[in-house]
Ligand binder design. Sequence first.
Ligand code: 58G
Length: 242
Amino acid sequence: MKFDILTLFPEMFKPLYESIIGKAIKNGIIDINIVNIRDFSKDKHKKVDDTPYGGGAGMVIRPDVVYDAYKSVIKEDAKVIYMSPQGNLLDQKKVINLSKEKHIILLCGHYEGIDKRVLEEIVDEEISIGDYVLTGGEIPAMVLIDSISRNIEGVINEESTNEETFSNGLLEYPQYTRPEIFNNKKVPEVLLSGHHENINKWRRNQSIKNTYIKRKELLEKVELTKDDIKYLEKLSNNEIDN
Ligand code: 58G
């Protein structure tokens, strides 16, 4: 997967070269190309923004500079995404669909945004990572790259993507590791039993319980088994305490 990032602040993307995503870049599984929009300014002072027509506070990024940056990276099969609080809300389903793309171009705005005309010209989809406004699209672009990349084959161990939160529509079950006793709290007995069927049942129930307590509305979109429904009935009748 190839990502081109169009930004005025290339240095903000340094954290991507750490940890799992950094390793995927080194291994050639993902390729990240950061383009400084400022390099496409024709102005002698490298100016990229100007005051808004009609008046008002702040600065707007010029369309011509963004268009030239875009032309330097665009290829036939690329999908161009503008990070914006007005975009479609990102969720795990959207992430999985985007992980099937070959080439994604991420456009990051700053200040009061980018001139509408170039957005109409080049953007395929506007995406938001949540209902809040940030100073720039750079952090949302990194959220998108991280969430997409970890669903690409070879980036992380496959079992962990399949068992985790949202892959079955439920929240995760709790995890435990050594020591067996910590601050007087013991690891749940079933996890030490080596009985994998019981462990799987227990984990499924914990997932159901977590989802019921923290995100009830998610349960409506999930395929529940008869055992799940029995467990949910016990939960809602307060027959389960731990
Ligand atoms: C209003 C304000 C429109 C993404 C700012 C456009 C980007 C939040 C998100 C902007 C962002 C999000 C300029 C700064 C986009 C531009 C950028 N804020 N929720 N801010 O994903």
